[in-house]
Design a protein around this ligand. Structure first.
Ligand code: GLU
Length: 361
């Protein structure tokens, strides 16, 4: 079945500072109901918890400390979810709240479990409303912005389309026409350099995380749109193929689920540096990583942890699950297979990172 993720920014869901835009939510809910009638499954990634909490506390600008932001989110999230349920009540649609943390999805069985919950909600004809679990996410375990979260949800749920709807109407061609670029086939460095920040008091996004989101989603085979969430019937118009905002074409060779999880859901716990021969073996010959090519190991990690593989000039080229701990890597770096077989005679496999547990960056 056709499945889409709609990510809505705080600026679209609220008016002024922290006041929910009920008319806007009603308009979005009407479109969601129409999509469900067309047999399209819809997931919503909704910002607005911190913004609404700010409104309730009568704060004029976004707090800068984490505890203050978390307090705002704690106040705002329950009100936000209630607004969504009110908006979907006329269509007899239930909402299901899912609050995710980066740390949770980093753990493979929780990732798989989150997908199962989403699938189950959708099969009950429920609309999942997803946000970051802001009130408990600490700095190092945060997604930080919902654009990235939207893309990760699209990847997790294997959606065919992601709509990033905010006050940003699309990607502007800064170097050329000054107009919105209608279609992006490949996200290269030129496209990335066109991204610029935002100054809105409630928003945390801007173009940089939106392009990052498009990168994550398109690599998962999900077509991505960045468009003006305030435009009338925007969701239905995008679904019907109208050219509005910027469309990022989905990769024709998407990464498989395990490799997406490695590439986009991990914060590597260390890195190993490899020589040119090993780089070639990984990139050109699509081989597993062996100890012989390792020149250096940074960080402390256990066997099974996810680490980065970097070239001699320090550029990350791959990421994968390492079969040895950092302590063991320091013992075997640069050594030939026969020596490692003697050192670790109890092991069945001697690849440092097996090809199936490795993704090229
Ligand atoms: N999770 C935040 C909130 O609900 C929003 C983050 C974002 O807009 O990117 O307020």
């Amino acid at each position: 079945m056709h499945r889409i993720v709609i990510k809505l920014g705080t600026g679209i869901l609220t008016k002024g500072i922290g006041e929910i835009d009920t008319i806007r939510i009603q308009a979005i809910c009407r479109q969601i109901a129409e999509l469900r009638n067309r047999n399209i499954e819809v997931l919503v990634v909704s910002s607005g918890a911190i913004g609404m909490g700010m409104g309730n506390l009568k704060l004029r600008s976004r707090p800068t400390t984490l505890p203050k932001q978390q307090a705002c989110a704690s106040i705002g999230q329950s009100r936000l979810i209630q607004c969504w349920q009110n908006g979907l009540d006329p269509y007899d649609l239930l909402v299901g709240q899912i609050l995710l943390t980066h740390e949770g999805l980093r753990i493979r069985n929780r990732y798989v479990n989150a997908k199962a919950t989403i699938d189950q909600l959708l099969s009950y004809n429920v609309v999942p409303i997803i946000n970051e679990n802001d009130s408990v996410s600490a700095f190092e375990i945060r997604f930080g912005n919902n654009d990235t979260l939207g893309a990760m949800v699209a990847s997790l749920a294997e959606a065919s389309q992601l709509m990033v709807l905010s006050t940003v109407p699309g990607l502007i061609d800064m170097d050329g026409t000054g107009e919105i670029i209608p279609v992006v086939e490949t996200i290269d460095s030129k496209i990335e350099s066109m991204a610029k920040g935002t100054n809105s008091p409630t928003a945390v996004g801007g173009m940089i995380p939106k392009i990052q989101a498009a990168k994550i989603a398109t690599a998962a085979g999900c077509e991505t749109f960045i468009a003006d969430g305030s435009a009338e019937n925007i969701i239905l118009r995008l679904i019907d193929g109208e050219s509005i905002g910027t469309r990022f074409v989905a990769s024709k060779a998407p990464l498989v689920s395990k490799k997406r999880w490695l590439a986009y859901f991990q914060r590597p716990l260390g890195s190993i540096q490899i020589d040119t021969g090993a780089c070639n073996a990984l990139i050109r010959e699509e081989r597993s990583l062996l100890a012989a090519g390792i020149t250096k190991c940074d960080g402390n990690f256990h066997a099974g942890d996810v680490i980065d593989v970097v070239s001699q000039d320090g550029v990350p080229i791959a990421r994968g699950e390492c079969s040895y701990s950092s302590h063991e890597i320091r013992q075997i770096a640069g050594k030939a297979l026969t020596e490692i077989e003697t050192l670790f005679s109890d092991r069945k496999r001697f690849e440092v990172i097996h090809r199936d547990a490795l993704v090229l960056l």
